[in-house]
Design a protein around this ligand. Structure first.
Ligand code: PEP
Ligand code: MN
Length: 339
């Protein structure tokens, strides 16, 4: 619910009004308003009597927000959000409202030599973040599960040597302190998009979070998941379309390119696209990356491996540094054409 306060209301009256609403267990968030004071009411608003608010005279307008998400929606926050990541000693990674960001790197961190070489290569081609899984959500318990905290240490070495910030996935609350200290953008993987406890806990850290779309999730479900992260009022969220499960078997997932303009319309959050998981095949990565950019994506997440045939995870969808370099040039041309 959104309320627009009358221009005649005094600050003390507005404060009392907010207090009354909050006393009913609903949190009140100020919305950017040009002339009027506008507030968004978040939580269970069933106890809030809209008619009563209007009769009181302090409230000029009450708008019921029908969307099941609020904090990630445009009605609460009409302007595009810009997410900035990167601690001391790391390059600033900025995405949203015209700032374009590419995160690139292997599916999994495998060794110091591997992650460092790939980090240097993708940085040279213009990547702004280093991606790489240390904790891997594998469908089979017999597949490589990632190097865990040792992988995080290797990402830190590569980050220190290249200046690239780290994007990596958290799977368990157990490692929240490590991620808070060492990771620039925390990834919530597709499989955990509806792990609501994890979403809430990650939201409390106040760090940038990349939220990947669940393989069987609707766009609205993704935005509701983003609200869980945003609820503590601290985190910055980047949405990521990474393909959904459909009846099509020619690709690993069906990359839903239409999700990009839909998300941009419904939400103020930046939208990145992962054509690697979105297609599952290295030769489809570039065409779908270009399509995503043409559709208005604010950034890309791309799997790059120097020896895809030897990769411990997702080699078939990983492109080489040389292919990544050419992709980046073509992405720049599409962006130029659109400007
Ligand atoms: C990944 O980015 O390595 C990953 C596992 O992605 P997703 O959660 O989209 O499958
Ligand atoms: Mn992968």
């Amino acid at each position: 619910m959104i309320i627009v306060v009358s221009e005649h209301a005094s600050d003390a009256e507005v404060e009392r009004l907010i207090g009354d609403v909050e006393a009913r267990g609903v949190s009140v968030k100020a919305v950017q308003g040009e002339e009027r004071r506008v507030f968004g009411l978040v939580g269970d608003v069933s106890e809030i009597d809209a008619e009563g608010l209007l009769r009181g005279g302090l409230v000029e307008k009450v708008m019921k927000v029908s969307a099941p998400y609020k904090l990630s929606g445009r009605s609460f926050h009409p302007e595009d959000t810009v997410v900035t990541a990167g601690g001391a000693g790391t390059d600033k990674a900025v995405v949203g409202d015209g700032a374009f960001l590419v995160a690139a790197g292997p599916c999994s961190v495998e060794s110091e030599e591997q992650i460092l070489k790939i980090a240097q290569d993708v940085k040279r081609s213009g990547a702004g973040l280093l991606r790489g899984g240390a904790f891997k959500p594998r469908s089979s318990p017999y597949s490589f599960q990632g190097l865990g905290l040792d992988g995080l240490e290797l990402l830190k070495i590569a980050s220190r040597k290249t200046g690239l910030g780290i994007l990596t996935e958290i799977m368990s609350q157990e490692y929240l302190p490590d991620f808070e200290r060492d990771v620039d953008v925390i990834q919530i993987g597709a499989r955990n998009m509806q792990n609501f406890t994890l979403l809430r806990e990650v939201g409390r850290l106040g760090k940038p979070v990349l939220l990947k779309r669940g393989p069987s999730s609707t766009i609205d479900e993704m935005l509701m998941a983003a609200d869980y992260i945003l609820m503590p009022g601290k985190a910055q969220v980047i949405l990521c379309e990474r393909g959904i499960r459909t009846f099509e078997t020619a690709t690993r997932n069906t990359l839903d390119v239409s999700a990009v303009p839909i998300l941009k319309k419904r939400s103020h959050l930046p939208v990145m696209v992962d054509p690697s998981h979105g297609t599952g095949y290295w030769d489809l990565v570039e065409p779908m990356a270009l399509a995503a950019v043409a559709a208005g994506a604010d950034g890309l997440v791309i799997e790059v491996h120097d020896q895809p045939a030897r990769a411990l995870c997702d080699g078939q969808q990983s492109i080489t540094p040389a292919v990544f370099d050419s992709l980046m040039r073509r992405v720049a041309r599409i962006r130029e054409a659109l400007s």
